[in-house]
Design a protein around this ligand. Structure first.
Ligand SMILES: [Cu+2]
Length: 486
């Protein structure tokens, strides 16, 4: 911040000094209370000043690793703006810095942070910021309450290292958070965290829209659903698909990866999990004590965690809230794409797939029967609908719309409808991470080979190829048999 000699500047400086003094007296009181925690770096002399480099998710600022305590200027502008929540769905987000989550702030233990919160003149609402890294009333909320067209300034010393959530705390607080007003501040311990190869920023949050999940158009906020804690969307980084598909996180085999994960809530705790990975280190709740060898870690609303792991196998890893309907039906699904060479000792992949018939029956392949009876479209369609609901709809959705960025749509799918084999090959063989393009969008993932008979495959394909705007002929069992025998 530029030095100002205006009366306003002097007033601000005075207010900052008063606040700082108040904070110091609080610290003294806390220390005298006999806590066992080592005295924080509260009296170090501040040397130098710089403006923080803020990043937007999934990126994290480079660690500064400066040996001295500094004054850090943090400038954040609040912007109310319409952005995409899901394919065809928009929402009026209230944002720190124009994105959800807000910018990642990285400072060092003991630093003096001078925060300037500007409220864009085109905004309609007052806003403020409550940083969980602050020792002081409201975490800065009262000091930063700002109407549109104004900037508020306050300063605080970051006394406790750790990863902390910040959020707007203007009434109605829940609504400001539910509209996307949250982010993370990492207070680096002195000496820094151990070096890793890749760092990413992910933040979960729920959205409560008037329309049901997938209902198109600009969706208003629904206070009743928010109070009942029944979101329509649970997402990472502010939108369905914001960290999957073309936006997936990327790394290489052998990289040691650190994820800074926040949960803005406003209501739900996250059962944070990376499918097919084990966190070698977890700083639970963003604190200083590390736990090791954890597969799923709980992140409370308004809380955070730092997780670390090394990918030993290439592939696409799904990052989920393991409250699993949120992942596959509401959007809480990110992806990490890992490139490199496979190690068959660590993970073999499928070695074989043989018929299993308990009771001593001799397992034999179903004989090819080119004379399998043709059935009318209506009959295969009806059977196919039931089979689809049981086997396919949890990923592709009952609407056939899939999940943007993660699961390709079947409705009006050029990939499916233009195939010369009617899609039989996909159901027979599955998809094993081959990149595909559906209606111009890139997808890469795994569709398992399901245990379906030729008759069942014919039924499912007849249903899929004649639903949600798709139109084609019936697929018959003998076509599937023929393809299988080839
Ligand atoms: Cu706000």
């Amino acid at each position: 911040m530029k030095k100002s000699s205006s009366p306003k500047g002097i007033l601000q400086t005075t207010a900052v000094l008063l606040l700082a003094g108040f904070a110091m007296s609080l610290i003294t009181a806390c220390n005298q209370a006999g806590g066992t925690k080592p005295a924080p770096n509260d009296t170090a002399t501040v040397i130098g000043e710089y403006t923080a480099d803020l990043t937007h998710a999934p990126f994290v600022p480079v660690a500064r690793n400066y040996p001295k305590t500094e004054k850090v200027i943090v400038n954040i502008e609040v912007v109310e703006k319409v952005m995409k929540l899901s394919d065809g769905v928009t929402y009026t987000f209230w944002t720190f810095g124009g994105t959800v989550p807000g910018p990642f702030i990285r400072v060092q233990e003991g630093d003096e942070v001078e925060l300037h919160l500007s409220n864009n003149p085109n905004n309609k609402m007052p806003h403020n910021i409550d940083l969980h890294a602050v020792n002081g009333p409201g975490g800065g909320a009262e000091a930063t309450l700002t109407v549109p067209g104004h900037t508020s300034t306050f300063s605080f010393r970051v006394l406790n290292p750790g990863l902390y959530v910040y959020h707007c705390a203007t009434a109605p607080v829940g609504m400001h958070i539910a509209n996307g007003m949250y982010g993370l501040i990492q207070v680096e311990p002195r000496g820094g965290l151990p070096k890793v190869d890749k760092e990413f920023y992910l933040m979960q949050g729920e959205f409560y829209t008037k329309g049901k999940n997938g209902a198109p158009g600009l969706q208003p906020f629904d206070m009743d659903k928010a109070i009942k804690e029944q979101p329509e969307y649970v997402v990472f980084n502010g939108a369905v698909g914001a960290a999957s598909g073309n936006n997936a996180l990327r790394a290489n085999v052998g990289d040691h990866i650190r994820l800074y994960v926040g949960n803005g809530g406003p209501n739900l705790a996250s059962s944070f999990h990376v499918i097919g990975q084990i966190f070698d280190t977890v700083f639970q709740e963003g604190g200083s004590e590390a736990n090791h060898n954890v597969a799923t870690t709980l992140i409370p609303a308004g809380g955070a965690a730092i997780v670390e792991f090394t990918c030993k196998e290439p592939g696409t890893y799904s990052i989920v809230d393991h409250s699993i309907f949120r992942a596959f039906n509401q959007g809480a699904l990110a992806q990490l794409v890992v490139a490199g060479n496979a190690d068959k000792v660590v993970y073999s992949g499928k070695i074989s797939d043989e018929l299993y018939q308990p009771g001593g029956a001799v397992a034999t392949q179903e004989p090819a029967d080119p004379a399998a009876p043709d059935l009318p479209l209506a009959e295969r369609f009806k059977q196919g609908q039931q089979l689809f609901e049981m086997n396919c709809s949890s990923c592709h959705q009952s609407t056939g719309m899939g999940m943007p960025g993660a699961i390709p749509p079947l409705a009006k799918s050029d990939f499916l409808m233009k195939r010369s084999d009617e899609g039989i090959g996909i159901l027979l063989n599955g998809i094993n991470n081959e990149p595909i393009i559906v209606n111009g969008n890139h997808f890469q993932g795994v569709m398992p080979k399901l245990s379906l008979s030729d008759d069942q495959i014919a039924n499912i394909l007849t249903y899929v190829r004649n639903s949600w705007g798709n139109k084609s002929l019936v697929v018959q069992e003998k076509q599937v048999k023929k393809a299988r025998n080839q």
